[in-house]
Design a protein. Structure first.
Lengths: 248, 379
């Protein structure tokens, strides 16, 4: 594989980010298009905030929850493959699995008495929901490193930390990043539910639109959330290309 | 010196290695061989403690390996396994530099050493250093594996079927080169294989294992001539005479003074030299081009026709080859003798069928030669 130069590799994602930023700040464009699509609706734009504000808020919810998910899920997954944590491997996978089978709406509803309304319960729900792909991706990635390679590394005198940093994580990075990617993308969509519990974000126009039966609001939120998911997916794919070592 | 004392590995109620005791003298190659499940790889891995023994101990130069920190012990032992053990995300140079980096050598020294060992295993550093393992052929990958094991110049090498994953031709060449490197470096080597021919060719001492126990530990000659029991007899196989040829290096038995000359002179040489009836044709640098047959010259055929131009790599053998390979080549071509050339194709001499005949007789000069070189080893 010939590696592309950093500039050529970074250019397409950078252009996509700029394009997206322009699109969400172009209020006039949305107003015109939505007015054309839904001539009966008025107003056509969600009044509680500009699209740019809603998007930033949404990114905060996804960013914070994903950061916590990775900060917890990655070490947890690594630990499950270590000698000290191997006994807990099944429990960890099962727990992360349960986190994902539990619908986020249910988590939000159940956590409301405890955490109240706002961003916090949403972030907790997104964290639990996104944990499974990260943990299982980390475990699958590390366990997928061929046994002879691990043996060779150990046999040449790498200690556990060197083995992890120099061999296991680099070779597992593709699978780990795939897990993170799924987790983040799913969170973009799931975070819209948080609006019903006062978390704000792009779920605001969707939930609001459902309440007042305004299709223009729903379209505004849903289309932007979908575009955001596609954009983040592309960005993480580009990251994968620059972090993952030469194809194995 | 490596010494096993009552070395034992138990898995539940199965003994993988059963009270194994043996000694590998310094600078010798000990080949552990046996059918699968005989405990040979388990034994090897107990030396660098990838597997912890259940009982007994391993001493290296009198020191109990259990008393050393595991990482320190392993960095002092070269370890080569099948090519799949190369790190796919490291270049060839980075792979080879693994142990020196762990030992915190400075960068300049590592760079020089990497070039040195790559050249030693026959890989041109400028061509190979920056490649990744998947850009290598099987044979090249195994050379890198050996270079990686040699990188920190450890006195002891552990090799677990290092030539297991390549075709027979490449394997033969790698074995020849390993033998050459070993003659030069004199490492203490423990080598695991299931290939009897490989064991006979490379070993100073062969340890034949069965069900975790040592059945016979002896020089290859003794094992071929006096197998300890029916198992060893069957394991070694019925073609023992032929296998004995695998012990003899062409370089040790070749005739060096063979008639050779440039094309025109070779024809005269073949005619005049009544004994041989042929002469080798070489170029100005001494590289083998072919040979002329006296009978054809006498029959008055043109010289060009009489000169048999050969594809050197097919109709000759290298100095590192064994007599077994030479015999096989002779029989294949219907020759009574075959020229011997060096890596550059320069004619060095020839070996004949007579050398093979002589070597297959027990107590022959060739086998005495080998036994003398392996003396000091326990019988």
């Amino acid at each position: 594989m010939t590696r592309r130069t950093p500039l050529r590799r970074l250019l397409p994602p950078a252009l996509a980010v700029v394009g997206f930023a322009w699109l969400v700040s172009a209020q006039w464009l949305w107003a015109r298009v939505l007015a054309t699509l839904y001539p009966g609706e008025s107003p056509v734009l969600f009044p509680a905030g500009t699209l740019a504000q809603l998007t930033v808020r949404h990114l905060q919810l996804v960013g914070i929850s994903s950061a916590i998910t990775i900060a917890v899920g990655l070490p947890l997954g690594i630990w499950a493959t270590r000698r000290s944590g191997r006994a807990f491997r099944e429990i960890i996978v099962a727990a992360a699995d349960v986190g994902q089978t539990f619908p986020p709406v249910a988590v939000l509803a159940l956590s409301m008495p405890l955490l109240g309304l706002g961003a916090l319960p949403t972030i907790v729900a997104l964290f639990l929901y996104g944990l499974f792909p990260v943990v299982s991706g980390t475990i699958a990635g590390i366990e997928g490193v061929p046994r002879p390679i691990v043996d060779a590394a150990g046999g040449m005198g790498m200690d556990a930390g060197q083995l992890l940093r120099r061999v296991e994580l680099p070779l597992a990075s593709r699978v780990i990043l795939a897990g993170i990617r799924i987790s983040v993308i799913v969170n973009v969509g799931t975070a819209t539910v948080g609006a019903a519990f006062g978390a704000g974000g792009l779920g605001g126009p969707i939930v609001g639109g459902l309440l007042v039966q305004n299709m223009a609001f729903i379209t505004e939120g849903a289309v932007t959330a979908a575009l955001l998911a596609i954009l983040l997916d592309a960005l993480l794919a580009a990251l994968e290309g620059s972090v993952v070592p030469v194809a194995t | 010196m490596i010494r096993f004392e009552q070395l034992t590995k138990r898995y539940d109620d199965r003994l993988a290695v059963d009270h194994l005791s043996l000694e590998v003298p310094d600078g010798r190659v000990c080949v552990l061989i046996g059918p699968s499940g005989s405990g040979k790889t388990t034994t090897l891995r107990m030396i660098n403690r990838l597997i912890e023994p259940t009982g007994g101990r391993v001493l290296i130069d009198g020191r109990d390996t259990a008393s050393l920190p595991t990482e320190e012990l392993r960095r002092s032992l070269g370890y080569a396994i099948q090519s799949v053990g190369l790190f796919p995300h490291f270049t060839v140079a980075e792979n080879v530099a693994t142990v020196p980096r762990l030992l915190r050598w400075d960068k300049q020294r590592i760079r020089e050493r990497v070039r040195e060992v790559l050249a030693l295993v026959g890989l041109e550093p400028d061509d190979y250093a920056a490649r990744y393992p998947r850009q290598l052929s099987g044979g090249e990958a195994q050379r890198v594996g050996v270079a990686r094991a040699l990188a920190a110049d450890p006195p002891v090498l552990l090799m677990d079927e290092p030539f297991g994953a390549v075709d027979p031709l490449t394997r033969g060449r790698l074995q020849g080169e390993f033998a050459r490197i070993q003659r030069e470096l004199r490492k203490t080597v423990v080598f695991v294989t299931h290939d009897v021919d490989e064991a006979i060719r490379l070993a100073d001492l062969i340890a034949i294992m069965r069900d975790g126990r040592l059945v016979q530990y002896d020089t290859p000659e003794t094992i071929l001539d006096h197998p300890a029991d029916g198992f060893v007899h069957d394991f070694v196989g019925a073609d023992r005479a032929l296998k004995r040829l695998g012990r003899v290096r062409v370089a040790d038995v070749m005739r060096a003074d063979v008639p050779h000359a440039a094309a025109e002179d070779a024809a005269a040489l073949a005619k005049r030299d009544g004994g041989a009836g042929y002469a080798y044709v070489v170029d100005a640098e001494g590289r083998l081009l072919g040979w002329v047959d006296a009978r054809m010259v006498r029959e008055g055929r043109p010289c060009e026709e009489a000169v048999t131009r050969v594809r050197v790599e097919e109709a000759s053998v290298g100095v590192d080859a064994t007599l077994k390979e030479a015999l096989s080549r002779m029989l294949g071509f219907g020759f009574r003798a075959i020229p011997v050339v060096d890596d550059a194709g320069v004619l060095l001499g020839e070996v004949g069928l007579d050398a093979a005949e002589a070597a297959t007789e027990p107590g022959s000069r060739a086998s005495q030669l080998r036994e003398r070189s392996a003396d000091g080893a326990p019988r």
